[in-house]
Every structure is written in C-alpha cells, then in structure tokens.
Design a protein. Structure first.
Length: 255
C-alpha cells in the first residue's frame, strides 16, 4: 500500500517512503512524485522545480531570481502573511536575536512587498519568515533591543562608539554613526535525506564614509517552529492584533 501526503513547501504530492519497513534501517521520508493524486494534490512541475525540499544539489540564488511560468504559490504566501504575520514576526525575531518592534515589522513587510519577495524563485510556504527578512533593505539597529549576547559583545568590541543600556543599542554622544542590519547569501543545501536552508545576517557600521562589519551569523531556517505555530487551532494561542492589523492594511493597500 502506498501512502501520499502534500509537500509543505510547494503543495505538490509526495509519497511517504519507509512507513511499513520491517527493519529500521533508515528514517521515514517523503519523496516528490510527478503525478496528481486525486482529492489530495495537483502536481505542478514549476512548483516542484523551485521547491527547496526537492533540491538535488546546493542552490545559491541571486535575489533577482524569479519563478518562471504560472506561480500559484504567490497568493498562498500572501494569504499566510495576512493571517499569521504576528507568528511570522515571532519566528524571525527568535532567529535574529533582536526585538522586532511594530514599526520595524511594518518596514520589513513593506520592503518585502516592494521587492516582490513572494515571487522569488525559491520562496516557499515554509520559508516565509526568513524571506521577509532576506528581502528587506538595510535597517538601522540604533535604539533596538538586542537579545543575542554574542551579537552584543561583538558589536561593542568592534565599534567603540556604541553603548548598550541593558539590551538597548545606542550611540555615544552625538556621534554621526549608523549601525545597520541586512541579509545575504540565501543557501539551500541537501544533506542526505534532509535539506538545510539558511541565510547570513550581517551588522555593519557606517561613519565618515567607512563601512565596517561588526557581526555576522548564519541563520538556519527552523521549518518546524513555523509549522507548529501555523497549525495552532483557530482561537488558541496568543495573537498580536497590532501586527495582524499592520499586515492587513499593508496588503490591502498593495492590492
């Protein structure tokens, strides 16, 4: 008997392999199959080709890479953003190690929509939180709350004009100093039966035309944490109505 499911990243059908194996020789896993399973999922070749969970070799795409052909994932991605923007921010905030204020959350989403990040070649249903960060323009961290102790230590060691008041990042005196955060190097890497998807978070200072890197870390996408939040039953779990309102208003304005 064959068992099928739906890929959480591209909504294509997958077959569950090893579910009834007699000996535990390898983990149970899912394999994309190039056919439609009635009443379950319609197979779409374009979605399969861009699915991060279907990668056969390492992928490092430019931000300008866009999907070819019909992209029926884009409206699904935008629907998830509108319904779960508070949970998206929660996942991204935990990954970054900084507190994302409503103002910063709004700026991140506006940048993402302006850059049409939902049409990025490797945008999927499971990497939405990190892609919203990835497509943001550089954002100032001055006055932001930094929770990552390693990050705080590195910034303070490399930039003497920075001071922390608890977790709050500030400038010393009236220094004409900019501390910015941006993201680069989206990477999809097959590792055995698993896929590791990641990106770099980079923090730099700008002063008198001189740019200096203060901190860099590799952020591995935690699909499970995002899927867990999406699967919380309606009416359960703590929600952030302020963030949901921001997403609704921005998406309505974007049309």
């Amino acid at each position: 008997m064959r068992h099928y499911a739906v890929c959480p990243a591209c909504n294509n059908p997958v077959q569950i392999i090893g579910l009834h194996q007699q000996k535990v020789e390898r983990a149970i896993y899912a394999k994309h199959i190039p056919k439609t399973i009635p009443r379950l999922a319609t197979y779409r070749q374009a979605a399969y080709e861009n699915c991060p969970l279907a990668a056969k070799s390492r992928i490092q795409a430019e931000k300008s890479a866009r999907k070819s052909g019909n992209d029926d994932l884009a409206p699904q991605i935008l629907h998830i953003i509108e319904r779960h923007f508070d949970r998206i921010v929660r996942v991204l905030q935990q990954a970054l190690g900084i507190i994302i204020s409503p103002k910063l959350a709004q700026a991140l989403l506006e940048d993402y929509l302006a850059e049409e990040g939902y049409r990025y070649k490797y945008a999927s249903l499971i990497n939405i939180p990190w892609m919203i960060g990835y497509f943001a323009r550089a954002k100032s961290l001055v006055y932001c709350l930094v929770k990552d102790e390693v990050m705080k230590k590195s910034i303070a060691e490399h930039e003497p004009n920075v001071v922390f008041s608890g977790d709050k990042l500030d400038k010393k005196g009236k220094s004409f100093l900019h501390i910015d955060m941006y993201f680069s190097r989206h990477d999809i890497r097959p590792e055995g039966d698993a896929i590791t998807e990641s990106m770099d978070m980079v923090i730099v200072s700008h002063k008198n035309g001189v740019k200096k890197e203060l901190f860099r870390k590799r952020i591995v996408f935690d699909y499970d944490s995002f899927q867990y939040l999406l699967n919380i039953p309606e009416g359960k779990g703590k929600r952030r109505e302020d963030l949901l309102t921001i997403a609704h208003q921005i998406l309505q304005q974007a049309g």
